[in-house]
Structures are given as structure tokens and as C-alpha cells.
Design a protein around this ligand. Sequence first.
Ligand SMILES: CC(C)(COP(=O)(O)OP(=O)(O)OC[C@H]1O[C@@H](n2cnc3c(N)ncnc32)[C@H](O)[C@@H]1OP(=O)(O)O)[C@@H](O)C(=O)NCCC(=O)NCCS
Length: 257
Amino acid sequence: MNKQTDNWLERKRPPVHSTAQVHLWRVDLSRHRAFLQEYARLLRPVEHKRAARFRPEDDRCRSMVGRGALRLLLAAYTGGNPRELELKTTPNGKPVLAEETPHAVRFNVSHSGDMVLCGFSREGDIGVDVEHIRTHTDYQKLTARFFSSVETDWLCALPESRRLRAFYELWVCKEAVIKALGGGLSVPLDSFSILFSSTGHGVRVKFNDEMTPVKMALCLLYPAADYPAAVACLKDTPLEPETYSLAIPDGKAFDET
Ligand SMILES: CC(C)(COP(=O)(O)OP(=O)(O)OC[C@H]1O[C@@H](n2cnc3c(N)ncnc32)[C@H](O)[C@@H]1OP(=O)(O)O)[C@@H](O)C(=O)NCCC(=O)NCCS
């Protein structure tokens, strides 16, 4: 089921009592960009260095605010200090907590346009993806290059007026699955297909035979209009994420850390 854009509860930190195993946080850069300096102070030198490589400035800002917000939230989930959290990357580039305990929270991040999306899971590895719909996207070319034949057939059967949005919805689902697996470019794009229910609301992933042991739950949602997003989680029960919007930090948010 698509979650609507208004179901994102504004909060400064995660709720203490929550039964949901997966939480999603949207960070609206058009509001949080003003706190760039505060977010930047939470970053490690290596994170500053990486952000400095981004051009244009918008990308640099997205990287810094995104990583700063991730540190703030991750610290709230783990009880640590945002500045002191140790992160590392897997050989395929997925950021994870340096100390992985069985109960540690798993996380994943995606950015596009004015949106950063952070996903946290207590259950299984998680992947998230968000994209800002750009109307001039050459989706036919990208479909031929990246999608499986099942996905291509599904897309081509839709009325043309619905195809651009459907293309993006497929894309974020596919990326979220790849990011949950953590494999990056090493995951063959035709090793699985995203299947939408006939009503267009339900979505699931079907792996080819060699990947059958993988149990993955998938959910499509909209953190904002024209920002389709997906979350995928390695688990064998339906995914019902709680969705939050990170509130503008007050002065204390960064001082307390
Ligand atoms: C690495 C990759 C997952 C990033 O996706 P993207 O859409 O360019 O960018 P996003 O903003 O969504 O995600 C970037 C974040 O993903 C995370 N990430 C990086 N490598 C990752 C991996 N192997 N697995 C999961 N997450 C990863 C990082 O947190 C990164 O943000 P950060 O650098 O600020 O920490 C993606 O480029 C990739 O490798 N895709 C391969 C599959 C493909 O070809 N897809 C196309 C059609 S479906």
C-alpha cells in the first residue's frame, strides 16, 4: 500500500516505545539546509573530505546534511554520541556501524533533490531509495538498459500517461532491493523482478531461482509529492514501516550531543 505524504509524523527523535521493526525518516533539505554548519560539526574529517569532492554546492550540502542527520538519528537509536559513532563501509560500499552486534540497528540512506531518506531496521538488512521525478527522463532508454523483461512488459502495457511515474516507482523498488542486499553493482539487475499488484498498490520482489533463499519484504511510498521511495528489508513478514519527518532542530539538538 502506498503511504501518503501526510502520514509522516514530525518528530525530533525516535519514539521510545515503538513496536515497528522498521522506521523511515524523511529530511526535507529545503528546511534543514539552514543548519548546514551545525550538521557539519557532527561529521568526521573523512566525511568532510568526501563531501568536499561534490560539485555543485547543492550536492555537497545534501551529503553533509544527510550524513549529519543520519548521525543524529543513529545516535538516538543506539544511545551513542553522533560525533563518536564509528561507521565503516562494506567492500561494496554500504555504510554500516563499525561494531555490529546481533541487536544493532541496521540503516540505509538515499538522497535526491530536496529529500534525504534514512531507514532503520531492528529486523534485517535494509535498503532505501528515493528519487525526484524529472519530467524529461528518457525512461525508455533506461528501461531497456536496467529492467528485466517482466518489468519492461509491465511498464509497456501501461497507458503512456502513467509510464513516467511507474518507471520511477519501479526504479526505486529495484534500487532499494539492491541496497538491502548491499551488493551495489555486483547484483545482476535481471536476477530479480519487481511485481506490482493489479491494483497498483501492492508491490513485491521475485528472485530468479539461484536467489530463491532470499526473503525480502518491499514497500513503496511517497515521502513528498513527486518523490517516490521504496524500502526493502531482508525479512519474511510484511513490511509496515513507521514514517517520520525530522523536525527542524532547536538549539539544544546539537548542544546535547
Ligand atoms: C551505490 C548505489 C546503491 C547508490 O545509489 P544512488 O541512487 O546513486 O544514490 P542514493 O542517494 O540512493 O544512495 C547513496 C547512499 O547509498 C549508500 N550506499 C552506498 N553503497 C551502497 C551499497 N553497496 N549498498 C547499500 N547502500 C549503499 C550510502 O549511504 C550512500 O550515501 P552516502 O554516500 O551519503 O553515505 C547505486 O549507485 C548502485 O550501485 N546501484 C547499482 C544498481 C544499478 O545499476 N541500478 C540502476 C537501476 S535499478
